[in-house]
Design a protein around this ligand. Structure first.
Ligand SMILES: [Fe+2]
Length: 433
């Protein structure tokens, strides 16, 4: 196969020093918050916090959702905490450098899905919480990792805001009505969130050059998306088109089923959808781009925040037997597909009985002429042979035969998100806490 930069599979560093010291779990995980037991755990956590038994301000997250490389730092991310800097050592092991230090005015957590502007190197991010307004805070780190702007954003009600987007001039907020609902947790024996379809899904544009207002009052232009409220956990990308309109691409689910053992119905499956926001008129519209079911979208990292054509999704079996992701391949989506045509331009199918995770797009060279000139890399697990592999695919041709297939020395569990770190980036890592 053609050479690509060497990379090291990334795993987690140590985050919860408090739990290590206590010798037992101290913090709730979302998967524990089910039914009456979940409510009891929530109340217990609140009590522990009020008594000072646990100090969430010292870190409470698992840093296991996603990774991002910014300002010489590899960040392990979880939306319930601040980022942790981890360093890949020359022997391939991971060293935890420490928890990110932000300004004392930053009172909340940090998304697992920040966006990096490839033009100026800024990282745009947000954090959200459910207790009081401003329910959302957003900010920008400059190319050196310094917090240069920070805003507080009031919302009429708090939501889970898992992902975000950014364009050349805007930070894009997804105010979608997946609401915190501990009553439903007990009543329906589910996790404490409920999609309130009677509420309107909104997308907000916050100008990146707006003056900081950490305590709240940020100006956001909100666009109501027609139709019942929906959820989109993941945003592929966003950009401003030649008319000054903002295009946002996300994997929309018309309904949510949070019962992990449930068989999903069609409206609960994610499909790539385009949202067009018109700042000049305040109008907004949406259209489904493909019938292909898929999530965990990625684009060329050099095209983030700017106009682009291609996105790749992890495809799911439409006959999914349960809510647990079973990604069966990768779909290539043409964001410029005309109305009435399906945006899917190619599909990679894993062998029968083999399932994967998020596929990461790796440009073939920094100077690649074509946006899709590169590779898709993914961990897959062969359930029949009980073996994990690292697969490399051609992102142009989208053939199901991998260019390279590397057997892993042991099982690699299904994960959430990944990233590609080049040899050059690894060498540029800074010592930092
Ligand atoms: Fe995610």
């Amino acid at each position: 196969m053609p050479r690509v930069d060497s990379a090291i599979p990334l795993c987690l560093g140590r985050t919860k020093q408090q739990e290590r010291a206590a010798g037992r779990p101290l913090f709730n995980k979302l998967g524990d918050l089910y039914g009456k037991r979940g409510l009891a755990l929530l109340l217990l956590q609140k009590l522990f916090r009020s008594l000072g038994v646990v100090r969430t301000e010292n870190g409470a997250g698992t840093a296991n959702t996603a990774l991002a490389f910014h300002a010489g730092r590899l960040l392990a991310l979880h939306e319930g905490d601040l980022p942790y800097g981890v360093r890949v050592l020359c022997n391939g092991l991971i060293e935890t450098m420490g928890r990110m230090r932000l300004s004392s005015s930053w009172k909340t957590s940090f998304t697992a899905h920040p966006k990096i502007d490839p033009v100026n190197g800024e990282m745009l991010f947000l954090g959200y919480q459910f207790e009081s307004n401003p329910y959302v805070s957003a900010g920008i780190l400059d190319e050196h990792g310094n917090l240069v702007r920070q805003w507080g954003v009031e919302l009429p009600y708090p939501v889970m805001m898992h992902d975000m987007a950014a364009t050349e001039n805007y930070l894009v907020l997804m105010h979608l009505p997946l609401c915190f609902d501990p009553q439903a947790m007990v009543k329906d024996n589910t996790v404490p969130f409920r999609l309130r379809r009677e509420l309107t899904s909104r997308i907000g544009l916050l100008r990146r050059d707006q003056a900081s207002c950490p305590a709240g009052g940020a100006e956001v232009a909100w666009f109501d998306i027609p139709g019942p409220g929906f959820m989109a956990f993941h945003v592929a990308t966003a950009f401003e088109d030649a008319h000054g309109n903002v295009k946002v691409y996300a994997c929309q689910q018309d309904n949510i089923n949070l019962d992990l053992d449930a068989i999903l119905c069609s409206e609960e499956l994610a499909r790539l959808t385009e949202y067009t926001l018109v700042p000049a008129s305040g109008a907004a519209s949406s259209r489904r781009l493909s019938s292909v079911v898929g999530d965990f979208p990625v684009v060329h990292p050099g095209k983030a925040t700017r106009p682009c054509r291609w996105a790749w999704l992890a495809t799911m079996e439409t006959s999914a037997t349960c809510n647990t992701p079973s990604f069966t391949g990768i779909a290539k989506m043409d964001l410029t597909a005309q109305p009435g045509t399906d945006a899917c331009a190619g599909c990679i199918a894993y062998p029968a009985g083999t399932y994967g995770g998020e596929a990461v797009f790796v440009p073939r060279t920094a100077a690649a002429a074509a946006e899709d000139d590169g590779y898709l890399v993914v961990y897959v697990y062969d359930t029949l042979a009980d073996a994990s592999y690292f697969h490399v695919y051609d992102a142009v041709k989208m053939g199901s035969e991998p260019l390279a297939r590397i057997r892993m020395p042991r099982r690699v569990p299904y994960g959430f998100h990944g990233t590609w770190v080049s040899e050059q980036q690894l060498k540029s890592q800074v010592m930092w806490v």
